[in-house]
Unconditional design. Sequence first.
Length: 481
Amino acid sequence: MRAMNTRTLFDKAVNWFERQSWRPHITRTRVAVTGVTLIAVGLALGGLDRQAPTDADLAAKTRALVLPDYPAGADAITDSLAAPDTGVEEAMAALDAAAGMTTPQLAALTPATRRLEAWESVEVRRGQTLDRIFRDQSFSVGLLHEILSLNDDTKRLTRIRPGDVFEFQRGAEGSLQRMRFPIDENAYLIVNVEPEGPVASRQERELFRETVEAEGRIDSSLFNAAKAAGMSDNLTMQLANIFAWDIDFALDIRAGDRFFVLYEKVYRDGEYLRDGDILAATFVNQGERFQALRFMDEDGDIAYFAPDGRPMKKAFLRAPLNFSRVSSSFNPRRFHPVLRRIKPHNGIDYVAPVGTPILAAGAGRVIKSGYDKYNGHHVFIQHPGSIVTKYLHFKERRVKKGQSVKQGQVIGTLGATGMVTGAHLHYEFVVNGVHRNPRTVPLPKADPLTGDALASFQAAAAPWQTRLGRLESASLYAARE
């Protein structure tokens, strides 16, 4: 038997469907989709030069390949496919263009406009609302009110910001037929305008995560070394925050310190979106090696742990703020610059810009929040283990006596109140009533992972630890060359 051509196979599928008693449930568009799908299958199996299938074979294949949810009312697509010069590639392109379109959009298509029309983009300007955008685009404001009342996602459209981008597709008369808005980095909000009213749905956006390696040697500063290694400022801050409980990055960093980092780069729709999380990192500070591995537990909480399962996050921060320098260290026989006499300096004075947030060094309860002429605005916090931390010379206090606070919570801002010569934070660390040097006092350790949690962590972290080890070994070998 002679090979069947494309048109013959297509017509045979259409005619077979039209002879069936259940054909009212199948639109002509679905017949077209099935016919073209059969053609594609035939090509994939080796071309159209094989023996033609019997009616029974064709019926079985066609029933299996029918797309029951394909939009109805798309006779314009079928007409396009029925053009004498339509080839398989053109037919498939027309069907791809039609996927997901509404009935009015499909009806508006002609053989010359088979592909989905392009999106029109509108960027939100300062002071602009979605109502204003709809009016500028000559869209129905009544339709907008219907859209905003559909669900929680569409309600969020009342809180748009400058720089947000809306995309629109129009019908034959310029009316809104489809709207798209990135509701978050993982999905679009899609609004289709159907004859019975607007319908909202989410369309997932594919995110791809690439693991990237970086390493650096500090000569002048961590930020300069990280920048030379291709790391962003955000990643550098992540790195510093991970090791902040073990390393004072303002005072302990030395030339020759090294770091090795595995982190994610996130791509969306094939384009770079942002840097992701640090997966694993090693920091060598003054010859001492620290390693941290990222772990997500069963509840979805993310934290960093040392290889033995001990949290990198300790019970206390080494310093309760981001500071520029230390103006006065812990000194039991310090000469007081205001009183002009020897007076113990039982804490550390950190200099930073006025208004810098002051953080609770650890979780606890505020036992004092007040003002006096010596300490200015000040806050004292009681912690477990008979530990008290004291914070003096605030510009303003943000907690009250009796209030519970979490580690890292902002309790005030840096200022120059009380008996001072300049703006700074005076910070004290008291254990069992005895003042200790905040920079050198051994900090209580957090409880390590145990049992199943430890086993899960070690299994999840093993690949990153192995890859990090290879990166360190390769760097050490290269340094010896």
